[in-house]
Ligand binder design. Structure first.
Ligand SMILES: Cc1ncc(COP(=O)(O)O)c(C=O)c1O
Length: 392
């Protein structure tokens, strides 16, 4: 891909052109045709609210759910739309059957909001949410599996793990984790907030029992569009998070799972309805090739950033661990201030992620980014090192 193609892709987004956008990971950015479709749904709703909600909405939602199910390879009645991954995590954490003394095993590299949800519900049930410290940098898939497997014990009733981590931007070997867990008879719940649209998802092959993912990040749909998959064997455990018409439904569908989690009274479904359009956008624009371009750019630039920051990659620079984001550990007295300086003074949108007492500069590469965007970041970081705001 050339800069010319990246510029064409940039035109497909609504992003302002006066800053360098290297943070696709936090909230994504909606592709223009998908956003336009979203607004047309909203207009259609407002023009004839009753007809839309009473007659059209469930058919539209079904069509959208089927397109998503096809994209992530699962049955269409095993997946429901939720606003965000935390919502999906809350559904599972609230009702997952745990007895006092039981344990949910996870890593110490998970997303803070999800950690909080698990911690809260585990405490209520007298169970333990146990984040296993993972030694970084990872050397190989086996290194991760061996570290993680050592944490499993008879009280482990569930494994909860990110597909791609937030602060450290690492793709975990979840396929291997799922097969290990299967051998041990432990169910697995994957937090795939960053995965859809960034790496392929094949739930039928993966064999995770539960999986939540965001569409509004790398699938480029409007904010508030995410999903929760639960395999049929587990669906009956989970209560709706919001008790509404779907509970003991009068007009019950064939799936209690769908009724429980999607039948919620008045709300704007438009963001969910755009999923088929987002999939079409990716197909039209040859997204596997765009993703490859992005992953290559991440890898080609990792070395010079590591040298500049005098740090090491957090894992081998291969597709096994790295997709379209890279996190580099930095030392800074004030991470928030550093983000603001990068945005206001250098016009670069890039997050400084906090994990415990560690800070990471995480850049995301999307199809519209070029090597020149990373040059700008490189020069800014160099400048900030010379000013003592980043310590090497
Ligand atoms: C790994 C991971 N899990 C879960 C989430 C939750 O997202 P939200 O707060 O939108 O529910 C995020 C958000 O960035 C994330 O990075």
């Amino acid at each position: 891909m050339e800069n010319k193609e990246a510029a064409l892709i940039k035109n497909e987004f609504l992003l302002k052109k006066d800053s360098t956008f290297l943070n696709f990971g936090s909230f994504g950015a909606c592709a223009r045709p998908v956003f336009e479709r979203y607004q047309r749904y909203q207009l259609e709703l407002e023009e004839e609210p009753v007809h839309f909600m009473m007659d059209k909405a469930s058919g539209y939602l079904k069509r959208s759910r089927e397109a998503l199910a096809n994209y992530i390879n699962c049955a269409a009645d095993d997946v429901v739309y939720v606003t965000n991954p935390s919502y999906g995590v809350n559904i599972i954490a609230k009702s997952f059957p745990l007895q006092p003394g039981d344990e949910v095993l996870t890593s110490n590299l998970e997303y803070g909001a999800c950690d909080r949800a698990w911690d809260y519900y585990c405490k209520k049930k007298g169970a333990t949410y146990r984040p296993l410290p993972i030694r970084l940098p990872l050397e190989s898939k086996d290194d991760f599996i061996n570290q993680f497997a050592a944490g499993i014990h008879p009280k482990t009733k569930l494994i909860f793990l990110s597909h791609i981590t937030s602060a450290t931007a690492l793709r975990f070997p979840i396929e291997e984790v799922c097969s290990l867990a299967k051998q041990k008879g432990i169910p697995v719940f994957i937090d795939g907030a960053h995965a859809p649209g960034q790496v392929p998802i094949d739930l039928a092959t993966l064999g995770a029992d539960m999986y939540t993912g965001a569409c509004h990040k790398w699938m480029m749909t409007p904010k508030g569009s995410s999903f929760l998959y639960v395999s049929k064997a587990w669906q009956h455990y989970f209560d709706p998070l919001l008790i509404s018409w779907g509970y003991e439904a009068v007009a019950a569908s064939a799936s209690r799972f769908l009724d429980y989690h999607e039948m919620q009274g008045t709300r704007d479904l438009s963001a969910f309805l755009t999923i088929p359009d987002a999939i079409e956008f990716m197909q039209k624009n040859n997204w596997p090739q765009v993703s490859r371009y992005c992953r290559d750019m991440v890898k080609q630039n990792a070395g010079r950033f590591c040298e500049l920051l005098q740090t090491k990659p957090l894992a081998p620079l291969t597709d096994d661990f790295i997709a379209q984001m890279l996190s580099l550990e930095i030392k800074t007295a004030n991470a928030m201030e550093l983000h603001d300086i990068l945005f206001r003074q250098y016009k670069i949108q890039v997050p400084i992620m906090q994990l415990g007492n560690r800070s990471f500069l995480r850049f995301s590469i999307q199809g519209f980014n070029t090597r020149q965007d990373l040059d700008k970041l490189y020069d800014a970081v160099k400048d900030l090192i010379s000013k003592g705001l980043i310590i090497t």
